[in-house]
Design a protein around this ligand. Structure first.
Ligand code: ARG
Length: 463
């Protein structure tokens, strides 16, 4: 019989219990659950709702149960050997164990509490830890990018739009774009933490408690910034879980974009990046292959994390207040996203450290990467930009027709297009010249990139 079985004539059908039990999923919340129970029982004693001797016994037993679970000594089979069905979730499993250990006084723990505020609390305690771990992992990945940017500071590569060569950029500038993206991810998780760190405990099932509990004291003892005011909101709300999943999804999206770039850059066609052997795999049939599987898996797992977000959003859609059992379905996406993101961040960081870039790969290449610089050249000599754009367009078209690149077109032909072209034109025909020409804040000019690098190094060192 379950602990709530008083009003029932029949126990839960085994199939119904199996179907509805979340123990296999929420058992990983045992530490959070016990921490919450200890804080709760202490407050009950302080408020003289239960005798302090009972509270002490309960606390001691809870600590003992925590040790047993941690040591793998407590089996969580939902069907006991004697055929009795027990524990539909971690809360019940621990409470049943408590009562088995200390007798009926164990039954006092659940005074002024419901599993509805209990699970909301456990998840917030869990999220605090998960966010902390993710914040640290994000910093480590940022550091890995910064180290690469520093090492390849002078390397120039084509920048792309539409995956078509656009303008020359510094590789470091490209890598630092990811550092900025990860910084926003970091901010998002910090921001989410502000709302996570409020205690729902004491909301009871939905209406609060008729005992003189001290919600604020429990919140303080569990290091929350405060309580969730409205008791109905406290047990109905899964916003922080959804926000967390949203932040995970966005971070994964960022990782997937670099994963894709690594995949492209490692192809023979691109031949620009090489991921270390330890993070690539061979083919079971083609001996020449070195596949970027880790990058591909990170790209693939992004889909899973999006799924987790959409899954919980969908579970919550249209749910009437307050608690509904549907909400039990929040844990799998939550744990899956947290685990997946943390693992992806860690693998990504380790893989990033092994990536080598070919410094010479784009050396001396110009094709049409300098067309914008050519237009700017005319503008500097007084031509309106729109006209300069059209003029250079015609130059490019000439080059394509003749199968040559911009620097190969004779000055004579240039001057047919515009008399503003003169012999100092050749000065701009270097990728490096283009980079040094950039003057705007946040641009790819070596000066700006150096400034950004310094700023990031300071910022991340402090973090
Ligand atoms: N296992 C439940 C969950 O995760 C705990 C809350 C159950 N509450 C209830 N009224 N059945 O949502």
């Amino acid at each position: 019989m379950a602990l709530w079985n008083g009003r029932f004539r029949k126990p839960l059908h085994p199939r119904a219990l199996r179907f509805s039990s979340s123990l296999h999923v929420d058992r990983r919340l045992f530490r959070e659950d016990i921490a919450g129970s200890i804080a709760h029982v202490r407050m009950l004693a302080q408020q003289k709702i239960i005798p302090s001797g009972d509270a002490t016994k309960i606390q001691r037993a809870l600590r003992q149960i925590e040790r047993e679970i941690a040591a793998g000594k407590l089996s969580f089979d939902i069907q006991k050997k004697n055929g009795r069905f027990v524990a539909e979730d971690i809360h019940m499993a621990i409470e049943e164990r408590l009562i088995a250990n200390v007798g009926s006084i164990g039954g006092k723990l659940h005074t002024a509490r419901s599993r509805n505020d209990q699970i909301a609390l456990d998840e917030r305690l869990y999220l605090r830890k998960a966010i902390d771990a993710i914040l640290k992992a994000l910093r480590r990945l940022q550091r890995a990018y910064i180290i690469k940017a520093e090492r390849y500071k002078s390397v120039i590569v084509p920048g792309y739009t539409h995956l078509q060569r656009a303008q020359p950029i510094l590789l470091a500038h490209h890598l630092l774009a990811y550092v900025s993206m990860l910084e926003r991810d970091h901010e998002r998780f910090c921001d989410c933490m502000k709302r996570v760190n409020r205690s729902p405990l004491g909301a009871g099932a939905l209406a609060g408690s008729s005992f003189a509990i001290d919600r604020a004291a429990v919140a303080r003892s569990l290091k929350f910034d405060g309580i969730i005011e409205n008791s109905i909101d406290a047990v109905s709300d899964r916003d922080v879980q959804i926000e967390f999943l949203g932040a995970c999804a966005i971070t994964m999206m960022h990782l997937s974009r670099f994963a894709e770039e690594l995949v492209l850059w490692s192809t023979d066609e691109w031949n620009f990046a090489e991921i270390g052997d330890a993070f690539t795999t061979g083919s079971s049939i083609m001996p020449q292959k070195k596949n970027p599987d880790m990058a591909e898996l990170v790209r693939g797992k992004t889909g899973r994390v999006y799924g987790d977000l959409v899954s919980l959003l969908t579970v919550m859609k249209g749910l009437p207040l307050a608690y509904n059992r549907d909400m039990q379905e929040d844990k799998e996406p939550l744990f899956d996203a947290a685990d997946t993101l943390k693992e992806c961040l860690d693998v990504f960081t380790a893989m990033m450290k092994t990536v080598k870039f070919d410094r010479e790969r784009f050396e001396g290449e110009s094709d049409f990467l300098l067309a914008t610089d050519l237009a700017d050249y005319l503008v500097r000599k007084g031509m309106p930009f729109r006209k300069a754009h059209a003029t250079v367009g015609a130059v490019v078209s000439d080059c394509i027709e003749q199968g040559i690149s911009i620097p190969e077109l004779p000055l004579k032909i240039y001057r047919k297009h515009s008399k503003l072209f003169s012999s100092n034109l050749w000065k701009i025909f270097h990728l490096r010249a283009s980079i040094y020409q950039k003057k705007s804040a946040g641009s790819t000019s070596p000066k700006e990139v150096e400034k950004a690098l310094l700023r990031w190094k300071k910022r991340i060192r402090r973090a």
